[in-house]
Design a protein around this ligand. Sequence first.
Ligand code: ADP
Ligand code: MG
Length: 262
Amino acid sequence: MIISKETVLSIQNLVKTYPGHTRAIDGISFNLHPGECVGLIGESGSGKSTLARCILMMEKIDSGQMWFQGRKMLQPRTASAYRALGGQVQAVFQNPASSLNPRLQIIDSLMEPLDTLKHRIPLIVQDCWQSRLKCAKRLLDLVELPTHLLHKYPHELSGGQKQRVAIARAISSEPSLIVMDEPTSSLDMITQALIMEMLIKLQKDIRFACLFISHDLAIIQRISDQIIVLQQGKIRDHFAKEDLFSSERHAYTQQFVHKYAK
Ligand code: ADP
Ligand code: MG
């Protein structure tokens, strides 16, 4: 099969079973184009995080195929296969504390992905590449955090601040794809709304493709171009955002629309 280079991510018939379990992911296929955001919604246990971890090559898949920018992604993940991606795929998870090393100052956490980048200078830090401090300040600026946080440790930051640092790390290498698994779910409503505004702006400016996972349709609807509804490891519905309220939506999708409309 020929997968166009214009497709950032192509997933074909992905299956993942955990030992002694029914299929967590049961034949999932979709394509994601440059700068596009696909929103993945589904109730708890529907397989959203499993799909995210498979795409990030943190899980070995049973069968199916994945292409990243026209190149087949090899399973299982090896350090060299991952390095070959050259910072082109990044992730933001629900718990910001887990993605920051508690022993590193914020400046060092921020710079970690850039420190490992060898053959490419991202445009967002191109003019300050010579200075580690300037690069770190630029990254903080992009996620609307004050410079004085640079020499603090993660435990001195609020949950929202930590998640902004995690987002800064994810965008720093100017990836083609960011997988975000419930990135605002651990935050209070106001912080959630502020971080969503920022993410929408960053996605427009930096133009990364995004797989955005949430159980909250209101959030998914803000950022997504297309929406996939997952139920028991299968795609129940897949449509363009504009068609969300169409009467043709699957009954299962209507549940989410109903919750959201309340
Ligand atoms: P979601 O993110 O949509 O809540 P998950 O992908 O976490 O769903 O889980 C999908 C299914 O796979 C669930 O039934 C869950 O219990 C099971 N599962 C997830 N992770 C594991 C694991 N590491 N070992 C065994 N079963 C798992
Ligand atoms: Mg999950």
